[in-house]
Design a protein around this ligand. Structure first.
Ligand code: HEC
Ligand code: HEC
Ligand code: HEC
Ligand code: HEC
Length: 181
C-alpha cells in the first residue's frame, strides 16, 4: 500500500501536479499598485531599495562566477538551480504559473515571503486576513518568530560568505510596516 502511495506521489510531482493546488505568481510590479502610497507604508519602494531586489542581478557578477566555480556549479550562476533557489522568487515554478508582469530579474520579491499572490491580491480579499490566507497569503509575524524562521531558510551556512544572521539588525534594514492611522 505504502509503495503504491509513494509511487503515485512521485508521478504527481514529476508531472507538475504538485502545483495544481498552488497559486500563480504575479510579481512585485503588481503588488506595487496598492502598496506604494505613504498611507499604505510604501512597501514597494522599501523593497525596491533593498538588496533583495538585486538578488538576481548579483548572480551576473564576476564574484558570482567565482563562487559558482568554487562550488563546482556547472554553467552560469544566473541559470543554476543551486544559486537561483535563494536568489529569485518561484525558481521552481513552471512558466505557466508566472504572470505576464512577473520578472525573475526582480530577485527576492514580495511573494517569496508572502506567498504567490494571484488569488489573494484582490482588494476585497486582501482586507480580510483570514480570506487572504485561504487564498495563499502566508501571514508572517516578527513577534511569534515565524519571520525569523523564514529568513534563515536562505540566510544560513549554505549562503556564500555567511557570517551569521542577527535577525533584529537585518529586519530593521527591510521593515515595511503599515503606518498607524
Ligand atoms: C488591489 C490592491 C492590492 C493589491 C494588488 C495587493 N494588495 Fe496587499 N493589501 C491590500 C489591502 C487593502 C490590504 C489591507 C490594508 C492594509 O493593511 O494596508 C493589504 C494587506 C496586505 C498584507 C498584510 C496582511 C495582514 O493581514 O497582515 C500583506 C502581507 C500584503 N497585503 C501583501 C501583498 C502582496 C505580496 C501583494 C502582491 C502579490 C499584494 N499585497 C497586492 C491591497 C492590495
Ligand atoms: C541557501 C541560500 C543561498 C544559496 C543556495 C546561494 N546564495 Fe548567494 N546569497 C545568499 C544570501 C542570504 C546572501 C546575502 C548574504 C548576507 O548578506 O548575509 C547571498 C549573497 C550572495 C552574493 C553577494 C555576496 C556579498 O557578500 O555581497 C553573491 C555574489 C552570491 N550570493 C552568489 C551566489 C552564487 C553564485 C550561488 C550559487 C553557487 C549562491 N549565491 C547560492 C543565499 C544563498
Ligand atoms: C524578506 C521577506 C519579505 C519581503 C521580500 C517582503 N515582505 Fe512584507 N513582510 C515580511 C514580514 C516578516 C512581515 C511581518 C512584519 C511584522 O510582523 O511586523 C511583513 C509584513 C508586510 C505587511 C503588513 C505590515 C503591517 O504593518 O501590518 C505588508 C502590507 C507587506 N509585508 C507587504 C509587502 C510587499 C507589498 C512586499 C513587496 C513589495 C513585501 N511585503 C516584501 C516579509 C517580507
Ligand atoms: C529566498 C531567500 C531569502 C529569504 C527568505 C530572505 N533573504 Fe535576505 N537576502 C537574500 C539574498 C540572496 C540576499 C543578497 C542579495 C544581494 O546581495 O544582492 C539577501 C540580502 C539581505 C539583506 C542585505 C544584507 C546586506 O549585506 O546588505 C538583508 C538586510 C536581508 N537580506 C534581510 C532578510 C530578512 C530580515 C529576512 C527575513 C524576514 C530575509 N532577508 C529573508 C535571500 C533571502
Amino acid at each position: 500500500m505504502r509503495t503504491i502511495a509513494l509511487m503515485a506521489l512521485a508521478v504527481a510531482l514529476s508531472s507538475g501536479a504538485a502545483f495544481a493546488a498552488g497559486h500563480d505568481y504575479v510579481g512585485a510590479e503588481v503588488c506595487k499598485m496598492c502598496h506604494q502610497t505613504p498611507k499604505s507604508g510604501e512597501q514597494f519602494q522599501k523593497w525596491h531599495a533593498s538588496k533583495h531586489a538585486e538578488a538576481f542581478k548579483v548572480l551576473l557578477t564576476p564574484e558570482a562566477a567565482k563562487i559558482a566555480a568554487s562550488r563546482g556549479v556547472k554553467g552560469k550562476p544566473s541559470e543554476a538551480k543551486e544559486c537561483l533557489e535563494c536568489h529569485v522568487t518561484g525558481y521552481d515554478a513552471p512558466a505557466s504559473m508566472l504572470g505576464p508582469k512577473f520578472n525573475k530579474e526582480d530577485g527576492v520579491q514580495c511573494e517569496t515571503c508572502h506567498g504567490a499572490g494571484k488569488d489573494y491580491m484582490k482588494n476585497s480579499i486582501m482586507k480580510n486576513p483570514k480570506e487572504a490566507m485561504a487564498n495563499g497569503l502566508t501571514l508572517l509575524s516578527v513577534k511569534d518568530g515565524s519571520a525569523e524562521k523564514l529568513c534563515v531558510t536562505c540566510h544560513n551556512k549554505r549562503s556564500p560568505n555567511f557570517k551569521g544572521f542577527d535577525f533584529n539588525k537585518m529586519w530593521s534594514q527591510i521593515a515595511h510596516p503599515v503606518p498607524k492611522q
